[in-house]
Ligand binder design. Structure first.
Ligand code: HEM
Length: 223
């Protein structure tokens, strides 16, 4: 009973946000790293994309591991958004009109920023799936993701949109990594600079790694 009540408590919801956020950080880090195969050419990139479907065979059937990952990601993002929403409602309920400490006001700005950024990222993911998974946005060849990327990122408007989403991702990762460690209990001043350093590292490496692909295509380094 106690254990079942945990996800409904405030600390339980923060723990859910930390765990599900961590799952997505792992996914975006691997996704970014995998995308860099594009710099090895069309064959290497398409081979890598096919590998993602075949991995796990013959123990698992074709694309089964991919589907397991997709289900984990969907459950994780749903739990992440749900906990964020619940925490927001609880904070709004508890809020008084005067703040005693500036740190509280700052935390409040940060969480508002996280909510706006989170919505931008969510909308981006839906657009991104429509773009490169369902093929609804630009000319699309199901078995040629290299071609899909080159066609997609030859359009400067789409590149700008991706870069804006990646900037939102950077801010979300920065504050997300920071909050994750606060939830885990690393909240004494002693840890501040180490955690801040890690948060900055993650928030720069992942979005910049992603951004190299649309930029390289737009400027003709990859064609
Ligand atoms: C410039 C940045 C990015 C590029 C070039 C890119 C590229 C791609 C491509 C080509 C696919 C389709 C893969 C396939 O079907 O073979 C894909 C799928 C996907 N991407 Fe990205 N991506 C980028 C950024 C992101 C970001 C920032 C996120 C998350 C915040 C993300 C989440 C996903 C998800 C969830 C899928 C669906 C995976 C699946 O179900 O197969 N991507 N991406």
């Amino acid at each position: 009973m106690q254990v079942l009540a945990l996800p409904r408590s405030s600390i339980g919801k923060k723990a859910v946000m930390a765990v599900t956020g961590f799952i997505w950080i792992g996914y975006v880090a691997l996704h970014m790293w995998g995308n860099l195969h594009i710099f090895q050419g069309a064959e290497a990139f398409n081979h890598y994309a096919e590998f993602l479907r075949e991995v796990g065979e013959p123990v698992l059937s074709y694309a089964q591991l991919l589907w397991i990952i997709r289900i984990v990601l969907i459950v994780a993002i749903a739990a992440h958004v749900w906990s964020a929403w619940d925490l927001y409602l609880a904070a709004r309920h508890a809020r008084t009109s005067r703040y005693a400490v500036t740190r509280v006001v700052q935390a409040n700005y940060a969480s508002r920023f996280m909510r706006i950024g989170g919505v931008v990222i969510l909308l981006f993911i839906i657009f991104h799936l429509a773009h490169f998974t369902w093929g609804w946005v630009t000319d699309f060849r199901r078995s040629d993701p290299y071609y899909n990327l080159v066609v997609g990122f030859s359009n400067p408007i789409i590149v700008i949109f991706y870069l804006v989403a990646l900037a939102a991702l950077a801010l979300h990762l920065f504050h997300g990594v920071w909050s994750m460690f606060q939830t885990l209990g690393f909240n004494s001043r002693r840890w501040d600079s180490a955690i801040r350093g890690l948060a900055v590292f993650v928030a720069i490496v992942i979005p910049v790694g992603f951004a190299t692909v649309p930029i390289a295509i737009l400027f003709g380094f990859v064609k």
